[in-house]
Design a protein around this ligand. Structure first.
Ligand code: PGA
Length: 240
């Protein structure tokens, strides 16, 4: 795992945007795996800057997001669909038909997950998958447990994730209790993985990435099996 330790959040965001930009420049039809949460917001801002100053063209880019709450409607301002429009898609020249996010209002969530996994597979490999990391070590909504899922699936959120995400909702009881998420196998099929972490609250999870042990209790440790992971984080996340 290649590691880049940054002094500030702005530095993380710029370094992460550079990684994405270099892939799009080399391959205009690139497929990006995208993440939500607070960590990648600065990276998206940098990508918008690069689009606005003519450095990047998203017209042929395809995206697949990691996850979505369930149930939730696209219009809910806490949905990841809304997040992606507000933080990236509305500000760049990406074609709406090339953006993919699991449908949080599907009547049959299991069929929706199967459809999503198939669409990723048919599209061909994700060139770069962006990941944040939960305080509990989750990636996407692959929560710690006795076992992990390989493919896109519906999952219960853990208490830790509900607490961590309650800050975005009016009250903790408003946080959806389930989500649709790519599985660990879906994530590991990406050609390259870009893991972002900012702040002391991520230190425990990041430390678990720095030895040679793998455990389903800290799902991000499975990334150690991938040959092309780059971790971009700040000093607090890295050193505590
Ligand atoms: P955060 O979430 O970027 O808001 O900290 C990351 C995650 O839970 O995966």
């Amino acid at each position: 795992m290649k590691t880049v330790i940054c002094k500030t959040y702005e530095e993380i965001s710029k370094a992460a945007a550079e990684e994405i930009a270099s892939i799009i420049k080399e391959k205009p039809k690139a497929t990006l795996g995208l993440a939500t949460g607070s960590t990648p917001v600065g990276m998206y801002r940098e990508l918008i800057n690069k689009y606005e100053n003519g450095e990047l063209d998203f017209s042929e880019v395809t995206t697949f997001n990691l996850d979505e709450y369930y149930p939730i409607s696209k219009d809910n301002d806490q949905s990841y669909d809304y997040f992606m429009r507000k933080n990236l898609f509305d500000h760049i020249n990406i074609s709406q038909g090339k953006t993919n996010i699991p449908n949080g209002s599907a009547s049959d969530p299991i069929a929706e997950c199967e459809k999503y996994e198939k669409k990723i597979e048919e599209n061909g490999a994700v060139d770069i998958q962006v990941l944040g990391i939960g305080q509990n070590g989750h990636i996407g909504f692959n929560e710690p447990g006795d076992y992990l899922h390989t493919v896109t699936h519906i999952t219960d959120l853990t208490e830790s994730t509900i607490n961590a995400n309650a800050r975005f909702f009016e009250s903790e009881s408003d946080v959806p209790k389930k989500a649709l998420t790519m599985g660990i196998g879906t994530i590991l099929k990406a050609k390259k993985i870009l893991l972002l972490a900012n702040g002391r609250s991520k230190h425990e999870a990041i430390s678990a990435l720095l030895d040679d042990k793998i455990t389903t209790a800290i799902p991000a440790t499975l990334l150690k099996t991938h040959p092309n992971v780059i971790l971009i984080c700040d000093e607090e996340a890295y050193y505590g």
